[in-house]
Ligand binder design. Structure first.
Ligand code: NAD
Length: 371
């Protein structure tokens, strides 16, 4: 058990909390819906062929509606490798210089931007200007102002902008949201979100303010922010926050190591959350209501997500998050389907406004009101 834990701790350096090793990921893969789809697929080009881009590409092999048809990368060797692995024709391969000519390619409907955070904005705007729909990884930008510019650019270009919020399609998460909406938990009073892992390599882009836009909050803390909103079902109206830093050498100025933050909601419900790059085993949501409670633990890792409520264990099957996400996003983009929890650019901006407020509250020590 302890060697597994050590392994997970090392692996957590580059992925979100509680990732699965590949063999486990295969064993746990239980996409049971084998119905076929005859309509036109959503044809996707992935931009940024790193570790998460690879995970999305692998998951898309099992999609019914989304298909990987193109790649955009600054590394020619990666392009060759991906072409062979996913049968991508030369005409659908781009580098960062010739990427704008994707506008003339009828075989690509959407560009999925999976680069370091600070690069999202420019790539999203370029894809929109090329007339392509865009999916952008979280956090969609490094602050709300940039996020809003992306939303505006996509509106102007008349293309859809979605954020890679895979948990918005996760079955146990959706069951708790259903219970809350149906009043089964009573009046919601409290949410607790714990999001963190130990960041390994001190030289990775995630610890570089210029590329990451911040520290743990941008990468993993955002799950507790977003989770607080979809679990409580309200938008917060105030924020307080406290930052602690035990390793200023590794976590330079502007790169947050640990932030505890509290959110207040219009109904009077409150949330207490923790975001960190320097603690392990933190991936838990707890929602309390006057008539019941719900827990997800793990809550946002790649799964399987585990959950229980005052009524017992949640038994919805595990499905590879990115497979479900991409099929659902195909429905949103191609058919105008409305997800239970939004995944559009405005949703991404709402999280960034809260992140901006958390940083302000942490640096000033004051309560920040959210408009
Ligand atoms: P990564 O470092 O593994 O990959 C980043 C990719 O961007 C690499 O292919 C790299 O070559 C490319 N890149 C382009 N310009 C770069 C530059 N100037 N500096 C560094 N790399 C550059 O990172 P990742 O883990 O794949 O994360 C990418 C994005 O995906 C991030 O925004 C992250 O928050 C997000 N992500 C989301 C999830 C999720 O569960 N939704 C999980 C992991 C990562």
């Amino acid at each position: 058990m302890s060697s597994r834990r050590n392994f997970l701790q090392q692996l957590a350096a580059s992925v979100v909390a509680f990732p699965l090793i590949p063999a486990e990921a295969c064993a746990l893969h239980e996409n049971t819906d084998k119905t076929t789809y005859d309509g036109a697929p959503l044809r996707v080009a992935i931009l940024g062929l790193g570790s998460y881009g690879t995970r999305v590409a692998e998951a898309m092999k099992d999609c019914k509606r989304a298909r990987l048809t193109g790649v955009v990368s600054g590394t020619p060797a990666k392009i060759t490798n991906w072409q062979q692995k996913y049968s991508i024709p030369e005409k659908n391969c781009y580098n960062y210089e010739n990427f704008d000519s994707i506008k003339d390619n009828p075989d690509i409907d959407v560009v999925y931007v999976i680069t370091p955070n600070a690069l999202h904005k420019d790539f999203v705007i370029r894809a929109a200007k090329a007339g392509k729909h865009v999916i952008c990884e979280k956090p969609m930008a490094v602050n709300a102002k940039e996020g809003q510019e992306m939303v505006d650019a996509c509106k102007k270009a008349n293309v859809k902008l979605l954020v890679g919020y895979r948990m918005h399609f996760e079955p146990k998460t959706l069951e708790i949201i259903r219970m809350r909406k149906d009043g089964e938990l009573g009046k919601i009073t409290f949410f607790q979100g714990l999001s963190g892992f130990t960041a390994g390599d001190p030289n990775q882009w995630r610890l570089n303010k210029a590329l990451a836009g911040g520290g743990a909050m941008m990468d993993i803390g955002i799950y507790s922010i977003n989770g607080a909103r979809y679990m409580v079902g309200e938008e917060p109206v105030w924020v307080t926050a406290q930052e602690t830093k035990t390793n200023p050498e590794k976590f330079k100025p502007g790169v947050d190591e640990t932030i505890q933050f509290q959110l207040g909601f219009p109904s009077g419900a409150v949330a207490s959350c923790l975001s960190t790059y320097n603690m392990n085993n933190l991936d838990r949501f707890f929602l309390d209501g006057t008539q019941g409670y719900a827990e997800l633990w793990p809550s946002t890792g790649y799964g399987p997500i585990k959950g229980r409520t005052n009524k017992g264990e949640l038994t919805q099957p595990h499905m590879t998050h990115q497979t479900v996400q991409m099929d659902e996003m195909a429905g949103i983009i191609l058919d105008g389907k409305q997800p239970v929890v939004p995944v559009d650019g405005e949703e991404g901006v709402r999280d960034l406004k809260i992140i901006d407020a958390i940083y302000k509250a942490a640096s000033t020590g004051k309560k920040v009101e959210l408009k």
